[in-house]
Design a protein around this ligand. Sequence first.
Ligand code: ADE
Length: 227
Amino acid sequence: MKIDIITVVPELLESPLSHSIMKRAREKGLLEVNLHNLRKWAINKYGQVDDYQYGGGAGMVMMCEPLVNAIEELQKDTSYDEIIYMTPDGGTFNQRTANNLSLKENVLIICGHYKGIDQRIRDHYVTMEISIGDYVLSGGELAAAVVVDAVGRLLPGVLNDETSALTDSFQDNLLAPPVYTRPENFNGWEVPAVLLSGDPKKVDQWRYEQSLANTRLRRPDLLKDDL
Ligand code: ADE
């Protein structure tokens, strides 16, 4: 999968996407991430990409021209399945969206800054708008890193144990069951006996019951959703 990202602060994305599982995914060639600095398409030698908003009010707006030039140049090489704009007024990101996006081949992500991007870009280019939650970040970069991480780890071959993404929280609209590792007894705190039983059916049943109980207790709303 290839993800191109347009940003005015590429530095904010470099580190989160260059370590651990994302690093491995990129090294294995399973995930290609390209950061494009919007200033490359600035309208003047001062690197201008934003301007005051019509109608007045505080905050700058990212201009049409640099964004259109950036998008159109990138589109010469790639036909995008989605052009995503990261914005707090987008649809809330969840595991279902991550699963769907992981099936796409080419995705372009636009990170907004300041007051956001000119509405005409949203109207004429953007095919999907994503928020990572009901709070406002200083820009779309950290949100884009969240999306790339959540999607990248789902790509076949990225995780060592292919089944481990399947047992994540939310994968069946259930939270994950509790997990334990050595020692069996730590300070008198015992690992549940069923996990030491060596009976995979019993273990599966216990995990399912724990998942269900956890979800009922902490996120009953998930059980009402139709994933
Ligand atoms: N940009 C600013 N806040 C954001 C959010 N919550 N989600 C996605 N992009 C954003």
